[in-house]
Design a binder for this molecule. Structure first.
Ligand code: AMP
Length: 419
């Protein structure tokens, strides 16, 4: 048998210290922003019926065609969720009540069998939100504004919004036909993927990264040219609302987003520090058919791996969020060790984080470990301190040391509870 690998599967990562501190910080701050915008969390299973994704995302999309992790069992086919919206809509449809006005957010892993590269993983993490309700330009603008508020809260400065419209679903045929007619004479010059997309998913030709496809797309008239007046007016209203909410954006007529369920507004948030995979997040208005219900809403999904990369490129490092003990307890001798163990439990019950060493090592060795943990304070106790019921407290940043009694010790670390 070959040796067991200590690495996770290709395209998947462990997220441990110090990195995980930044992840926790991002999630905690996001929860505050979602609360401010009145969103509730929804946790859906990471696996769903395969059919849910095929029907919601569209069977000609890249995700469904090439990227799903599907598990065939004898009685059903299940797929690891490649995105979060389909599960949220399934849940909302299942509530069987008027869901208009529902606002939910989710945070969790998504899975896509893509070729791994910088910023593209097979298990990645999305933080997303959905606002259920009929098409309203102000709602779309609010959704984008919330995302920008979130990025600002995280301290991100260099993100920019790219905005476009796909028009209402009823316009889709006119848009597709119009584009096909103009692209057809150059069909032979398109890449292999776009030749396939020409029949099945023509909009995706517009955002193909291949050089010749991009040139052909850039020379086309904007999609809005083929849309109804109503769709165009909707898009103008979204822009007006974004201006009112103080959100800067750039209209990008080639932005289409990859999934079939989108209509009207679509957007991406990009960041200069990400390299080739520069999309931090994507979103849009959608209409998803679920059973007898057509559920409409607007939402987005942010890739957390890319958020971490973008923040790093702006100088925000994970180290500053890594958790350090408030107190490290140094015990000199067995009596002090036992007494410190009790003290640690007492301090922890008050919410302070305490670390200590169960081995009665030398003072020097314990101080070295204390230093390594980055503890703000060290409490040093030997037999004498236990007997006299005093505590030597060292402030690691100041380098100062004082001997205190229990009341002073508690006052030092828990001033509010003792006051
Ligand atoms: P999408 O709906 O595919 O545009 O995904 C929304 C966001 O999720 C993207 O803007 C990325 O930040 C993130 N994302 C999507 N796919 C991946 C992936 N394979 N690896 C890492 N992040 C991803």
């Amino acid at each position: 048998m070959s040796e067991m690998s200590s690495k996770p599967l290709n395209g998947m990562s462990d997220i441990g210290s110090p990195e995980v501190g930044l992840w926790q910080h991002l999630e905690a701050e996001a929860r505050k922003v979602f609360k401010a915008f009145c969103f509730d969390e929804l946790r859906t299973p990471v696996m769903e019926r395969t059919e849910l994704f095929v029907r919601s995302l569209g069977d000609a999309t890249d995700v469904v065609q090439k990227e799903m992790y599907t598990l065939e069992r004898s009685r059903y086919s299940a797929t690891l969720r490649p995105e979060g919206t389909a599960g949220v809509i399934r849940h909302i449809a299942g509530l069987g009540q008027d869901a208009n006005g529902s606002r939910v957010f989710y945070i969790g892993p998504m899975f896509r069998a893509e070729r791994p590269q910088a910023g593209r993983k097979r298990q990645f993490h999305q933080l997303g939100a959905e606002m259920i309700g009929e098409a309203q330009p102000a709602a779309d603008a609010e959704c984008i504004a919330m995302q920008m508020a979130l990025l600002k809260r995280w301290g991100m400065e260099n993100a920019s919004v790219q905005l476009n419209t796909r028009g209402r679903a009823e316009d889709m045929r006119a848009v597709a036909d119009g584009l096909r007619e103009l692209i057809k004479p150059q069909l032979g010059e398109l890449c292999e993927d776009c030749c396939r997309r020409f029949d099945t998913n023509i909009l995706r030709v517009l955002d193909c990264k291949q050089k010749r496809c991009a040139e052909i797309a850039a020379a086309l008239p904007a999609m809005t040219e083929f849309m109804s007046e109503e769709s165009r007016e909707y898009f103008t209203a979204v822009q007006r609302w974004l201006d009112i909410l103080g959100v800067e954006y750039t209209v990008n007529p080639l932005l289409v987003r990859g999934l079939d369920y989108y209509e009207h507004t679509v957007w991406e948030i990009r960041h200069g520090g990400l390299g080739a995979q520069d999309a931090l997040s994507g979103g849009g208005r959608y209409r998803i058919n679920h059973g007898r219900n057509d559920i409409q809403g607007v939402g987005f999904a942010l890739g957390l791996e890319r958020v971490v990369m973008a923040l790093k490129s702006e100088g925000i490092e994970a180290e500053q969020f890594s958790s350090k003990p408030d107190i490290y307890l140094v015990s000199l001798g067995e009596t002090a060790l036992q007494s410190n163990a009790e003290l640690a439990m007492q301090l922890r019950s008050k919410g302070l984080s305490c670390a200590m060493d169960w081995r009665a090592r030398s003072m020097k060795a314990q101080m070295r470990t204390a230093n390594k943990t980055g503890a703000a304070h060290v409490i040093i106790r030997g037999d004498n301190e236990v007997e006299e019921q005093v505590y030597q407290v060292k402030d690691m940043a100041e380098g100062t040391q004082q001997t205190v009694k229990l009341e002073q010790l508690l006052e030092l670390f828990l001033p509010s509870t003792e006051g």
